[in-house]
Design a binder for this molecule. Structure first.
Ligand SMILES: Nc1nc2c(ncn2[C@@H]2O[C@H](COP(=O)(O)OP(=O)(O)OP(=O)(O)O)[C@@H](O)[C@H]2O)c(=O)[nH]1
Ligand SMILES: [Mg+2]
Length: 643
């Protein structure tokens, strides 16, 4: 369990942590000299029922709120310290508001310094505190009167912390690893060490991680979890990781960096979220207000774009886009706090809904519907709503990053949903089955009208078809849809073009009659057909006439032009392509040579060279030196052989 202190300056946070753990967390000479905490302090204490409490002691001074903010991210439990003599003070309220905005709902109030006051004062301040915390996430939290000096009440407080630790148990370790760096230092003999709270997942010695937002690769050499040497670090622990990486320099890692599993590294210059303005604000938060954003342990200037309306009133909530001066790592569900431009006042805070927000059209109705779906709190329900709200499909790759899903989580989620899934993992999309069927119907209709309006032309390629559809489709969806339709024999693929199965591109008039005779010549030659002038002389035609006809036929997909004066029927091309595939399969990494192809195909040396160069150009093969390997499967380049 991670516990952070909170409360006004001098109210006894550090003294209390020392009384509980024996550790003075004020380590800096400056802190000693001034008698106040400046930066975060850390202490660890075993719990009665097993496990270890990690304490983060935060400074109370208003000038160091940014340090406090970095300390309370990723914590489980708040220890709000309020001095009995002073009672609640400005930073008591500000810290309480921050804890609330950060979504901290577990905590206890330590009513400190009771050795300085009488019983009546304790009663009076207790009542005040009850009123203060009532509207916050800490409503109803226990209020423990304590004195760090006399030791009064400490056993009761310890007991409550142990109880909280026991009832919290172990945090679920779902998701990819994510740690918000709050310190980075060099240890002699070990090298770079970073510390922070683990937000999600787990890390093991030897893991490869990225430092975000810069994307520097590092390896984990050793782990301290809750101050003890460990093989694993998990969500809900404070960890110190000794990291190494070629080219890694200390300056690149600092408070505000993330250590991440590589698959969730995707820093963003803006994100959409739901923002609540503190009720104590004097005026509404207006569109495009400059602010300081705190997210994770990071702080970055930016502006707030209000998405639904022109401003958000004090105490009210609204959808916003945070437009940042620098990229940061943010994921759905992350809490953030917004302070005013001069970083003097906490103004608002909220939760990230979509880290991959668009710069344009951010306030369009479909975007607001998207955000409402992402605001479902859990990926299962969010996905279901998104699929309903999406004009066509949900980007599952982006969705998985946003919700920090591991590949297994993602697989399970897709399994649970009834979505049709298409595309490779990094471009995977999901659609409602009904929408998928409607799109198939739309594709068939588009092909039909294509054929009707241009009977003399072969069917459209993927790009042309995409433009011909009324629904705008992303490429993975269209490609999967077409593959599905080809598989079901509802459409055919010839070369790069698609057609309805019964469609034959029509040559018109004299061309049609001529084609029959020319095709017979090509057919007879099969994989070694006569060249243009040979066909011309056999049929007593002009070579130019035959060449013209053949290039018109090639445009219709009836023949392939392999060389300047050599044309092959689709069946012959496929037969030769099959030879290339089988030779490549049998050859090593260096590929197959031209001689092997000539021997197998028996088409002669010169034509072999022409055919192979044509295959290179068409994208079937890949030539390196004297060898060729397969670049794209034959079926993708030339379609399937006719039955
Ligand atoms: N009498 C009395 N004094 C206390 C008690 N706890 C803390 N103090 C004194 O109050 C002063 C401030 O205590 P700290 O623990 O440094 O206060 P803090 O909340 O950590 O202050 P910042 O970190 O600067 O916000 C010190 O002089 C402490 O000795 C207590 O229980 N009784
Ligand atoms: Mg202190």
């Amino acid at each position: 369990m991670i516990v952070a202190t909170a409360g006004h300056i001098d109210h006894g946070k550090t003294a209390l942590v020392q009384a509980l753990t024996g550790i003075d967390t004020d380590r800096l000479p400056e802190e000693k000299k001034r008698g106040m905490s400046i930066d975060l302090g850390f202490a660890y204490q075993p719990m009665a029922g097993g496990g270890i409490i990690g304490f983060v002691d935060v400074p109370g001074h208003e000038r160091f709120i940014r340090n406090m903010l970095a300390g309370v991210v990723g914590i489980d439990f708040a220890l709000l310290v309020i001095a009995a003599d002073d009672g609640p003070m400005p930073q008591t309220e500000e810290h309480l508001a921050i804890l609330d905005l950060m979504g901290v709902t577990q905590g206890v109030v330590a009513l400190s310094k009771i050795d300085r006051v009488d019983e009546a004062r304790i009663q009076e301040v207790t009542a005040k505190i009850e009123g203060l915390i009532a509207p916050s996430g800490l409503a109803g939290a226990a209020i423990c009167p304590v004195s760090a000096h006399s030791g009064a009440g400490l056993d009761d407080l310890r007991h409550r912390l142990d109880e909280a630790g026991a009832s919290l148990g172990v945090r679920p370790q779902t998701g990819n690893f994510r740690l918000a760096v709050d310190r980075c230092f060099t240890l002699p003999g070990a090298g770079l060490v970073v510390t922070g709270s683990v937000f999600a997942g787990r890390v093991a010695v030897g893991d490869h991680l990225l430092v975000s937002p810069d994307g520097i690769e590092v390896r984990v050499r050793s782990i301290h979890a809750q101050n003890e040497e460990a093989e694993l670090g998990v969500a809900g622990q404070r960890c110190a990781l000794n990291i190494a990486g070629s080219g890694l320099r200390k300056a690149q890692v600092h408070r505000g960096s993330w250590l991440l599993a590589p698959q969730i590294h995707d820093p963003v210059p803006r994100f959409d979220g739901r923002l609540r303005v503190l009720p104590g604000e004097a005026g509404a938060l207006r569109h495009w207000t400059p602010v300081h954003l705190h997210l994770g342990a990071a702080e970055v200037p930016g502006r707030v774009a209000v998405l639904d309306g022109k401003s958000i009133a004090p105490g009210a909530e609204g959808l916003v886009q945070l437009v940042l001066d620098r990229r940061i790592g943010a994921l759905t569900g992350d809490r953030f706090v917004v302070r005013d431009n001069s970083a003097r006042r906490t103004v608002a805070g909220g939760v990230v809904l979509d880290p991959f927000a668009p710069a344009r059209g951010r306030a369009k109705p479909e975007r607001l519907a998207f955000l409402a779906a992402m605001d479902e709190g859990a990926p299962e329900t969010a996905l279901a709503k998104l699929a309903e709200a999406a004009p066509v499909s949900v980007d599952l790759a982006q969705f998985s990053t946003a919700w920090n899903l591991t590949p297994e989580d993602r697989g399970a989620l897709i399994e649970l949903s009834d979505l049709v899934v298409a595309g490779p993992p990094d471009k995977q999309v999901g659609l409602l089955p009904g929408r998928w069927r409607a799109l198939a119907v739309e594709v068939l209709a588009a092909l039909k009208s294509w054929h009707e309006t241009q009977p003399g032309k072969s069917g459209p390629g993927t790009d042309a078809l995409r433009k011909a559809l009324a629904t705008r489709l992303v490429l993975p969806v269209l490609e999967a849809l077409l593959a599905d339709l080809v598989g079901d024999k509802k459409i055919t693929k010839q070369g790069a073009s698609y057609a309805l199965p019964d469609f034959m591109p029509a040559l018109e008039g004299r061309d049609a009659a001529l084609w029959k005779r020319v095709a017979a010549e090509l057919e007879a030659g099969h994989t070694k057909p006569p060249v243009v002038h040979e066909i011309a002389s056999r049929l007593t035609l002009q070579p130019a006439e035959v060449a013209g006809l053949l290039s018109r036929s090639a445009r219709l997909g009836l023949v392939y032009q392999v060389a300047k004066n050599r044309f092959l029927l689709p069946d012959a091309v496929i037969e030769l392509a099959e030879i290339a595939e089988s030779l490549a399969a049998g050859a090593g990494e260096e590929g197959f040579g031209a001689a092997a192809f000539r021997d197998r195909s028996n088409i002669g040396r010169n034509f072999t060279i022409e055919v192979l160069e044509y295959f290179d150009k068409a994208g079937l093969t890949w030539r390196r030196g004297d060898g060729r390997t397969i670049r794209k499967p034959m079926s993708e380049v030339f379609g399937e052989a006719a039955d």
